[in-house]
Each structure stands twice: as structure tokens, then as C-alpha cells.
Design a protein around this ligand. Structure first.
Ligand code: SF4
Length: 389
């Protein structure tokens, strides 16, 4: 069996070979923490050269909390008929978009539950109206399970739902709902979400249609390190197929730990002393480094400040992440399960990046660089200590 030192040595070579699933699991299980994080940082410098860390000024909008899927880790949803359900009107959503425009935002991430009372026409007129009122904002909306829910209600294919949403003005399909793409884990915590193949199939359809997509990963359900790498393997295989077909594929990969408060998953394990649940800093950073080494076909790895905090997000930049995520402005899904910080100003993200020793670079949803006032006006407080490679 390969030794973790040899694997890291090969990854640090001039032409590193593709990291196999088995090698990634060995690194995850055995590699020295400092060596692994260093390898992640070196690979980041190879794949995303320079010293910039990108970020996005956006906002989340959770348009409905009605959902029939009952994921065990979710504290956000309410079943149909529950007294706390809501569905926002176009005007309510549009008002939130206007707040984002006022601070120079460029992207909205709009997601909700699987609401059986909303037909496709409701979504199409919502997207078309928002597109018309807010032409400068990229509308990255829904997730594969919401697309499946709409397809079920309307008795048409998921691909057709995506096609019509794109025609109405949708820009991207964010990668929410992937959680753990290993069926024995997935079907335990989200049995109604269906198999991993469902998520991958809908994302592939979105990529075929030219929608911007990202890949996500939630860890800490008690899965093994091998399961975590299996998740990455499913995403990497799809990315290979898409790139071979000349598609853009996933722009980025972002992972975060499951939250254990206020949800069935936390309650069912309470008092059982299952210390393997959730994720600590040490483990999260290993995951970021493994992702950077594993994904030779996905350019950007994000750090997750809402679940790990700004300090750990800074450390993630030294484990291979090259993107600090987004301002969000509001978040109601993960926060319902225990995170406390769900918004950050652009200046706060910039400060976080600068104080970690990098240069902040504003971007759009497709990772195109945008004008970043603090750089262009020479307002950086001091020369960042880390030099570009
Ligand atoms: S995570 Fe999404 S699909 Fe699952 S219950 Fe919550 S809102 Fe519904």
C-alpha cells in the first residue's frame, strides 16, 4: 500500500498524477496535518496562480420554506399546512434584490423547499419578472431536488423544467442538496431525496443547457473518510464527462459540516456521545486540502465562513481554498440548524482576506474578475506578506 509521504511527494512534483480515490483516502486517514495542508496550498498555487482570493457580493433569498422532503438535518423547512409556512411574493423578493443592487451585488442565490403547491408557471413568471426588474443580477436559483419537485408537479422532465427556467432568465443552478453523494449515507439522512445519481443527473442536464453550476458537500454525518472521497469521485467523474463534451462543468467545490442543532439528525443522536458527528477545524481543513488535490478538473475551492467562522476560513486559504465565498446578506437554511453568523459586508470579507495575507478580488457568479475598489484605488493597508508564485 502506498505511503502518504510518497503520495504527497508525487503531488508536489512538477507534473502531479491524478490522485486516485484510494490515495486520497490514505492521505485523509494518515497524512501529517501540516504536510497535507502545505500540499493543498502548493496545489492551489499551481492551479490558481497568484495571490488573489476571490469573493462574491450576493444575497441569499429563501423564497419558500414549504417542503415535503423532510431531510433529517434540516431545521428550515415546514411541511405543507404548518402554521409557520411562508411563500414570498414577487414584490417581496424584488425588494430584497433592490437591497443587493444598492450595495453593488451581482448575484442572487434563491433557494427554498419542495413546495407541492407551486406549479412551473409560478416559477417561470417569477424568474421572468425578476429578470426584467433586475437585469444586472445573475439569478442562480433552486437546487436539483427543487427541480425534481417542479417536474413532479407538472409531469414533465427535469431537463424540460431547466430549459424553460433558463429561457425565462435563470442563470445558474447552484449545487445545493448534494450533501453526501454516497447512497448508504444519503438515504439514511434524506431518504426522500433519492439516490446520488438523481443529483448528478440533474446537474449534468443543467450543464448541458449552459447553466452555471457548482458542487457542494456536507460532511459530518458519521461517514468514513472513504465515503467523503467517494463523494468527490462522483463529482469528478461528472466533471470529466462535461469537460470532454466541451461544457463548462462545475465552477467550484464547497464543503461544510452538518449542523447538529434544532433538527431530527441532532436529536436522534443526542446523548449518544457520537463524537464522529459534525466536523472540527482539523478535519475540515483536511477536507479542503484533499479537495484541492483531488479536483484536478474543478478550478475553484471555496472556504466556508458561515459554518466555520472567519478565522477558520482564513486557515482554509492555506489549505488550498482560493475563494472566500460570498456576503449572503441573509441565510435561513443552515442558520436554522445552529450557525450564528450569516452575513458579512464586502469590507469584512476583504479584511478577512487581507489579514490572511492575500489580495481580495471581487468576482461575478462565473468567476470573472470585477472592479475591486480597494485594489484599484490603492487602498490596501499594506503590501500583503505572501508573494505570488
Ligand atoms: S434541506 Fe431542502 S429539501 Fe431537505 S427538507 Fe430542507 S428545504 Fe427540504
Amino acid at each position: 500500500m502506498a505511503d502518504w509521504r510518497n503520495i504527497i511527494e508525487r503531488q508536489l512534483s512538477e507534473y502531479p498524477p491524478r490522485l486516485s480515490l484510494e490515495e486520497a483516502a490514505i492521505l485523509y486517514d494518515d497524512a501529517d496535518q501540516n504536510e497535507l495542508l502545505h500540499a493543498g496550498l502548493m496545489m492551489r498555487r499551481k492551479r490558481v496562480p497568484g495571490n488573489k482570493v476571490t469573493y462574491l457580493v450576493d444575497r441569499n433569498v429563501n423564497y419558500t420554506n414549504v417542503c415535503t422532503i423532510n431531510c433529517q438535518f434540516c431545521s428550515f423547512y415546514r411541511p405543507p399546512g404548518h402554521e409557520e409556512t411562508y411563500t414570498q411574493s414577487t414584490d417581496q423578493i424584488s425588494a430584497r434584490f433592490s437591497e443587493l443592487e444598492a450595495i453593488g451585488g451581482t448575484r442572487v442565490l434563491m433557494q427554498g423547499g419542495v413546495n407541492p403547491d407551486l406549479p412551473l408557471d409560478w416559477y417561470l413568471s417569477l424568474i421572468a419578472e425578476l429578470r426584467a426588474r433586475h437585469p444586472s443580477l445573475a439569478l442562480d436559483c433552486f437546487s436539483p431536488i427543487e427541480i425534481e419537485g417542479i417536474a413532479d408537479v407538472c409531469k414533465i422532465s427535469t431537463k424540460e423544467v431547466l430549459r424553460r427556467l433558463k429561457q425565462a432568465g435563470m442563470h445558474g443552478l447552484p449545487g445545493g442538496g448534494a450533501e453526501m453523494l454516497v447512497d448508504e449515507i444519503r438515504l439514511d439522512v434524506s431518504p426522500k431525496k433519492g439516490s446520488s445519481d438523481n443529483w448528478l443527473r440533474v446537474m449534468e442536464e443543467a450543464q448541458e443547457l449552459g447553466l452555471t453550476t457548482s458542487a457542494t458537500n456536507v460532511i459530518g454525518f458519521g461517514e468514513s473518510n472513504f465515503h467523503r472521497v467517494q463523494h468527490m469521485e462522483g463529482v469528478r467523474q461528472l466533471q470529466d464527462r462535461s469537460l470532454q463534451r466541451g461544457l463548462t462543468g462545475f465552477t467550484s467545490f464547497i464543503a461544510w459540516p452538518v449542523q447538529l442543532e434544532n433538527n431530527s439528525f441532532g436529536k436522534r443522536n443526542k446523548g449518544q456521545n457520537r463524537i464522529e458527528l459534525g466536523t472540527g477545524v482539523h478535519e475540515y481543513l483536511r477536507h479542503v486540502a484533499i479537495a484541492r488535490l483531488f479536483f484536478d478538473n474543478i478550478p475553484h475551492i471555496q472556504a466556508s465562513w458561515p459554518t466555520m467562522g472567519m478565522g477558520v476560513a482564513q486557515l482554509a486559504l492555506f489549505a488550498g481554498a482560493d475563494d472566500a465565498g460570498s456576503t449572503m446578506m441573509e441565510e435561513n437554511v443552515v442558520s436554522a440548524s445552529g450557525t450564528t453568523k450569516t452575513l458579512a459586508g464586502e469590507d469584512e470579507l476583504q479584511r478577512t482576506i487581507i489579514r490572511a495575507g492575500f489580495v481580495p478580488q471581487k468576482r461575478d457568479s462565473d468567476y470573472n474578475n470585477l472592479r475591486t475598489q480597494i485594489i484599484e484605488e490603492g487602498l490596501l493597508p499594506c503590501a500583503p506578506p505572501i508573494q505570488p508564485v
